[in-house]
Design a protein around this ligand. Structure first.
Ligand code: HEM
Length: 519
């Protein structure tokens, strides 16, 4: 019987071929590994396939813990080099330099590094993922949706949801299970109702009906099978350029399609009922779609870039608002409640402020009253400092840039990253960083620090477009909650809590369980 070992020529050909492939593979996966040493940038030696992110790829550490550790590894230098797989990334650790990259020289860093799979036009068209002139044109058309006037007009819609939150607590929490509830689930329902109502007038009733399809779909949004998750990871690390040929996605496409269907029905309803005009985000987008040609002429005459608003673009932004606002805002509410339960003195102080302000406003939690709740905003900011839903922000260099005060030159395509959570826990900026102390955000203390060491919403022209909407809706929820209830720790409250290692966002493994008592 023939065997490879009985034919020395065949054997040496096979061995030679395998060796050749291994050498090519080794060269491919390590050829970028001298990137930082050549430029004299401080960095850790990378490992083949993993670069410097082995602990993340093997899910040994959560994303947040990993970013914090990365910051501490390089603390003391202004910039450091890092490898994600074989991709070099420059980490920025100096607030003054951050101001230059994110704000002053932001025209050199317009884009985010995004993997574009061959998945859905809705995902490609989200402003989160858009690049260059296209991003700028769409962002400019969306910005008016978040003006003070628009926010003021939305506040009554938020108030309805906040009242439903109170009813939900009375009906399903107080007197049931001794008042114990998982906060993320409850606030997820509130946030979903708020965004769906304010953004496109959809009543998704997730507080009224625990099994409402909307919330079920949203909770499945990030569900990916292990195989799919691994594939995405491998493509990211080994061959990111292949992504555009692969029909896979970071997201659950059933949920995306369901949400697209909901926006289309809302749009259809608006077109058929023109007398029922709502002053919300969807209307603004629809007006831009209907007046696309006219807007294009105007933009051309102003020498601005022209991107026509199409149905796909409108739907993409609507879905993005749900996704971007849902996890982040409900996480903020969850951790603000967690800290208030563990710091009863702070809880009492913020409740006193709420009661004092409401007395001046006939007990009404309205737009003006919320603006006057200064300490409540300090509490939310301190919760965002300790528990930032997004632990890191990223940019891609789009025009050659020499990093000031260094001889490092970044070329188009090079990545830059900011370990947000590292700044938030640096005792040089926040003494006793593990302590929950809203006074850090009192105006005098706040002004003693660089604004670039507090980045829960990012910074510069590519920062979070929903920042003011997020603060308004979370303040409304907190004001309604704290005026009528006390939040307390219970047996199921974990201190400290364990981070989920599989999520990129801040997620406690077993949720955040607290007890709510009526006052
Ligand atoms: C507590 C709540 C929130 C947090 C912590 C948060 C955080 C962030 C962060 C860190 C970024 C990236 C910023 C950067 O790269 O500099 C971002 C981008 C974004 N956020 Fe938020 N966000 C929140 C709520 C919202 C809400 C409620 C909406 C929409 C209604 C929203 C919509 C967006 C969008 C569209 C972007 C992409 C902006 C662009 O690329 O131009 N976010 N957010």
């Amino acid at each position: 019987m023939w065997s490879l070992f009985s034919c020395p020529t065949c054997l040496s050909t096979v061995v030679g071929f395998v060796t050749f492939i291994c050498c090519i593979g080794y060269w491919h996966f390590t050829r970028t590994f001298n990137h930082w040493s050549k430029r004299g940038v401080v960095h850790e030696p990378p490992k083949i396939f993993f670069g410097n992110i082995k602990d993340r790829i093997l899910l040994r550490k959560s994303f947040h813990e990993f970013q914090k550790e990365t910051y501490w590894k390089f603390k003391g230098v202004k910039v450091a080099g890092f490898y994600e797989g074989r991709r070099p990334t420059l980490i920025i650790l100096d607030p003054d330099l951050l101001k230059l990259v994110l704000v002053r020289d932001s025209d050199h860093f317009v884009d985010r590094p995004v993997l574009q799979f061959r998945d859905s036009p809705y995902i490609h068209n989200m402003i989160l993922n858009l690049k260059g002139a296209r991003w700028k044109a769409i962002r400019a058309q969306m910005t008016p949706a978040f003006s003070s006037g628009k926010l003021k007009a939305m506040e009554p819609l938020i108030r309805i949801c906040a009242k439903q939150l109170q009813e939900f607590i009375d009906r399903t929490v107080i007197g049931v299970n001794d008042g114990v509830i998982e906060m993320k689930d409850m606030f997820g329902r509130f946030t979903m109702d708020v965004i769906a109502s304010c953004a496109f007038g959809v009543q998704c009733d997730s507080l009224q009906d625990p099994n409402a399809e909307f919330i079920q779909q949203m909770s499945r949004f990030g569900d990916l099978s292990i195989i799919r998750r691994l594939t995405v990871f491998m493509v990211l690390i080994l061959a990111p350029k292949m992504s555009r040929f692969l029909p896979i996605s970071f997201f659950n496409m059933d949920s995306i399609n369901y949400l697209a269907g909901a926006v289309k029905s809302a749009k259809q309803f608006r077109l058929e009922n023109t007398s029922n005009r709502r002053n919300d985000f969807l209307q603004l987008m629809l007006d831009a779609e209907l007046n696309a040609e006219e807007n294009a002429e105007k933009l051309k005459s102003e020498n601005s870039d022209v991107v026509l608003m199409t149905e796909d673009i409108v739907i993409a932004q609507s879905i993005l608002f749900l996704i971007a606002g849902f996890e982040t805002s409900s996480t903020l509410l969850t951790f603000a409640s967690y800290e208030l339960a563990l710091n009863i003195d702070v809880q009492n102080k913020v409740r006193n402020e709420i009661n004092e302000v409401l007395e001046k406003h006939d007990g009404q939690v309205n737009y003006q009253a919320l603006n006057e709740m200064v300490y409540l905003e300090m509490v939310l900011n301190e919760a965002l400092r300790k528990h930032p839903p997004v632990a890191r922000i990223d940019r891609v260099c789009t025009k050659t840039y020499t990093v000031p005060q260094t001889n490092i030159t970044l070329n188009p395509g090079d990545s830059v990253s900011v370990p947000v959570i590292g700044f938030h826990y640096d005792p040089d900026y926040y003494p006793e960083p593990d302590k929950f102390d809203p006074e850090r955000f009192a105006s005098d203390l706040k002004h003693e620090r660089s604004p670039y060491v507090f980045l829960p919403f990012g910074a510069g022209p590519r920062n979070c477009i929903g920042l003011r909407f997020a603060l308004l809706s979370t303040k409304a929820a907190m004001a309604h909650l704290l005026k009528g209830y006390q939040i307390l720790p219970c047996e199921k409250t974990q201190v400290p809590y364990l981070f989920s290692k599989s999520s990129m966002l801040l997620k406690p493994v077993d949720g955040i369980w607290l007890k709510i008592e009526k006052l």
